[in-house]
Design a protein around this ligand. Sequence first.
Ligand code: HAM
Length: 423
Amino acid sequence: MEMKAPRGTHDIMPEQSGAWQAVEDVIRRRCARFGFEEIRTPIFEQTNVFARGVGDTTDIVQKEMYTFDDKGGRSMTLRPENTAGVVRAFLEHRLYSGPMPVKLYYLSAPMFRYENPQSGRYRQFHQFGVEVFGAPSASCDAEVIALAWGLLKELGVEKLALHINSIGCPTCRMEYQKSLRAYFNDHLDTLCGTCHERLDRNPMRILDCKSPECKAVAENAPKMIDHICDDCKEHFQQLKTYLEVAGIPYSVDPMIVRGLDYYTRTVFEIISEDIGAQGTVCGGGRYDGLMRLMGGPELPGVGFAFGVERLLMVMEALGKLPEVDRTSDVYIASLPNDDARKKAFELCMTCRAEGIRAEIDHAARGLKAQTKYAGKSGAKFMIVIGDDELANESVRIRNMADGTEIESSMADVAKNVLSLIHA
Ligand code: HAM
């Protein structure tokens, strides 16, 4: 039987992992500048963390979770997203008793959703996300957006659109839901089976249905932004003001509702037109009721998550993927006898201790084969250890690009290679 990675999953191979690491480095440094610290939570949680946190009328909970009973008969779920898990950890470790706000990030964290795989949509994918707890002001919404927006700029991604919306608070939503129900009741025939169920329990979820028929009806539905209360209006106005202060262009998009139930007030998405239908690289918003819903104190939250694969796809489409040098600095070839091989091994270790990327042969191949390999591998410099070199304790360091050579005592090899690299 041919063994293959499961549908919707993919291997990140060495020719790609360098770009992942380079992007991750930029992200880590940026998060540190913004005062965020990393959190790593388990990739599976008790199912109710997501059923309750994400909301049991959402597509994610209803259709997309990888849920299983463990050997103890407990229902577990591979995390489809990370906000609920981070809130669970925040509560479990009682971070609420310390100073506020608490600013956390997770990076290249694997997520699992049983979706229809297509370009930019996978069953296992990775997220970079941030969560801030205990910061009610819209300035914090603007801060997380600024982190995301500036990251894209830092990575050289320019052609993007920030869409923002407010989906209000539970108080203003009650009134809104009434008018939404009335509207959808008039279009019952067009709605899919799942949306019929949603109509009673959570009509706002219909706005996020992926069926084309429901989408068409949803387009003309009453908009939350026209129904928000004065406090929510003021909060949204503040967000716009802070975005303007930060010089971040935005457009208000009343159609953004997001596919998770925990959002209140601010929701936003950053969209790229360069990667087709799955162009939302980042999505997030405020979730002031989630902590309470999950059994914790009344503490506001706000955050976002990037799909790392999508981020890299956008960068690739724009020719902005970091170039990663995968070649070694020096290849130390040797005659295939014990003395020469041991010396090559010793020099290789000395070079590596000095931060030089050095390689040797491990198959006792002849010098000709080693030289050929060094050329093919793209090594920048090469050293050959033969009988003369052993006798004289001296080698020549050859520049593979132009064939020039310099003489070096064995003791000074690392020092000389270093100065050649940095010349
Ligand atoms: P989300 O919109 O479900 O939000 O996912 C965030 C991002 O993850 C999306 O914008 C997309 O780039 C990526 N993504 C989602 N599903 C897939 C998939 N199947 N394949 C590839 N990439 C995907 C959340 O997950 C929230 N937890 C974000 C958040 C954090 N809100 C507040 N804090």
